[in-house]
Design a protein around this ligand. Structure first.
Ligand code: GDP
Ligand code: GDP
Length: 451
């Protein structure tokens, strides 16, 4: 299960700066997506082998001056209600304000676990606010400087402790990291699945059909319960963890907002999931949003299944399927191996094929190939189709190794990596996919220099 950690505090105390620090490199992508950060910033991080959703309440620059306090209160209340752990940030360089006190009351009365963070603590000038903050009656503040990168290790350690306590209370075990798993453990793990697609593709209908009950969606309050983030279920005896997107949780709200949000929602779920079912609408498949989501899945290195929904409305299914397969390969050549499966979420027809495809992609996605087998293949592949000569010299490729699974990632060593044409790399990837059954998964191939 994922945990939600909310950063709250009045404007200007440094919440965004702290959010960016804690979010690290993943943030860039979040910021790339217009519409995602409108009312709240949200990103996924791993803390001590746990999935954590980190949220930051948005700035209130656009609020009427007189209404800031009220909106602040409303936003903080909401963030507190949706969080498992609160990071309440104050400005150590400033006197406490009535807004700080108001938020402190909310934190206290919520009864939720919290950490009082005194930001901007990098200098003596900070002492006043730091000691002043004891007045809030929330115990000892933890001094940090988000801007100068000080005290963040201590803060992370404290967050880790708190999450451990919360997890113990709930009886959650932390998940092992991938490289700590034996193969058997890997097989016993749930398939982490997300259903993405543009509004009205039929995601909610599909999710309900999979879960067999109306458990996940309905009503705006559903989004407020932490359990709505993921749902565990069994499919033909195999464990599946279905990651919800805010699009499903807050369905009522989503439909009236900009369509870019669908992409933001997809991104959230994609980050947590391993395999993504991209649900297309058979009546307008592969539209712009579909392509954007497919591209995100590919960039994030997740496994992809195209499911074409509302198949019950297609008059000539055979011909249409062939046509769709062709268009998908033409428009998204980088995803050529991804299965494309017709489904009717409303009748449940094709559901089993979608799930079979997801498990198949997952298997390829997790595959590790022995170095010996890999190099045997490599010799044959080079033989079949020699690397080109550049400026009169034949390019030499020395050997290949698999550096990672999930998705399968390989490194080829060459004397002149820069001279190796993309077309040759594509040949290698395609042959690798064919030879080892990696087709349904994305495969990464890097070239490194060697002498
Ligand atoms: P938010 O409104 O709470 O999200 O605050 P911001 O993150 O936008 O920061 C408000 C201002 O405080 C910006 O000018 C930041 O550069 C500054 N700031 C943030 N963290 C620190 C810090 O640790 N020390 C100092 N001196 N300034 C900081
Ligand atoms: P979401 O916005 O992606 O969650 O889409 P919904 O699940 O709310 O479905 C959007 C509309 O498509 C609803 O009117 C559904 O009844 C309809 N729908 C969903 N699946 C199917 C299907 O397999 N066949 C048909 N004909 N309609 C469907």
């Amino acid at each position: 299960m994922a945990y939600t950690v909310a950063i709250i505090g009045r404007p200007n105390v440094g919440k965004s700066t702290l959010f960016n620090r804690l979010a690290g490199r993943r943030l860039a992508l979040v910021d790339d997506l217009p519409g995602l950060t409108r009312d709240r910033k949200e990103t996924q991080i791993r803390i001590n082998r746990r999935d954590v959703v980190l949220t930051d309440t948005a700035g209130l620059e656009d609020a009427e001056p007189g209404s800031i306090a009220a909106r602040m209160r409303e936003q903080s209340e909401q963030a507190i209600a949706e969080s498992d752990l609160i990071l309440f940030v104050i400005d150590a360089r400033a006197e406490l304000t009535s807004v700080d006190r108001g938020i402190a009351d909310l934190v206290r009365s919520s009864g939720k676990p919290f950490i009082l963070v005194a930001n901007k603590s990098e200098s003596r000038a900070s002492d006043a606010g730091y000691y002043g903050s004891y007045e809030l009656g929330l115990g000892e503040p933890l001094p940090v400087s988000a801007e100068h990168n000080m005290g963040l290790g201590d803060l992370m350690a404290e967050v880790t402790n708190r999450l451990d306590e919360i997890a113990t209370a709930r009886g959650d075990e932390p998940e092992p990291e991938d490289d700590e798993l034996t193969e058997e453990q890997a097989r016993a793990r749930p398939l982490k699945l997300a259903i993405a697609g543009r509004p009205n593709a039929g995601k909610s209908t599909l999710v309900n059909a999979l879960l067999g009950e109306e458990r996940m969606i309905t009503g705006p309050e559903a989004g407020l319960t932490r359990d709505a983030i993921a749902a565990d279920f069994q499919w033909r005896g195999r464990k599946v963890r279905l990651y919800d997107t805010a699009g499903l949780r807050r369905k009522a709200r989503i439909n009236v907002r900009s369509e870019t949000l669908a992409v933001g929602d997809a991104l959230r779920a994609i980050r947590f999931a391993e395999i993504v079912v991209l649900l297309l609408d058979a009546q307008s498949p592969l539209d712009k949003q579909d392509l954007t989501i497919a591209d995100l899945v590919e960039r994030e290195g997740r496994g992809l299944v195209f499911a074409v929904n509302k198949w019950d409305l297609v008059p000539e299914p055979q011909a249409y399927l062939a046509e769709l397969r062709k268009s998908a390969e033409r428009i998204l050549p980088q995803l050529a191996g991804a299965p494309l499966v017709p489904v009717s979420a409303i009748s449940g027809r094709g559901l089993d094929k979608v799930m079979d495809a997801a498990f198949k992609v997952n298997e390829a996605w997790n595959k590790r190939i022995s170095t010996a087998a890999l190099n045997r293949w490599f010799a044959t592949a080079l033989d079949k189709h020699q690397p080109p000569a550049v400026a009169g010299r034949r390019l030499k490729l020395r050997y290949i190794t698999q550096s990672n699974a999930r998705p399968p990632t390989f490194i080829v060593f060459s004397s002149r990596p820069e001279a190796l044409p993309d077309s040759y790399l594509r040949y290698l990837v395609n042959d690798l996919k064919k030879s080892f059954g990696l087709g349904p998964s994305p495969v990464r191939l890097h070239v490194r220099k060697t002498n």
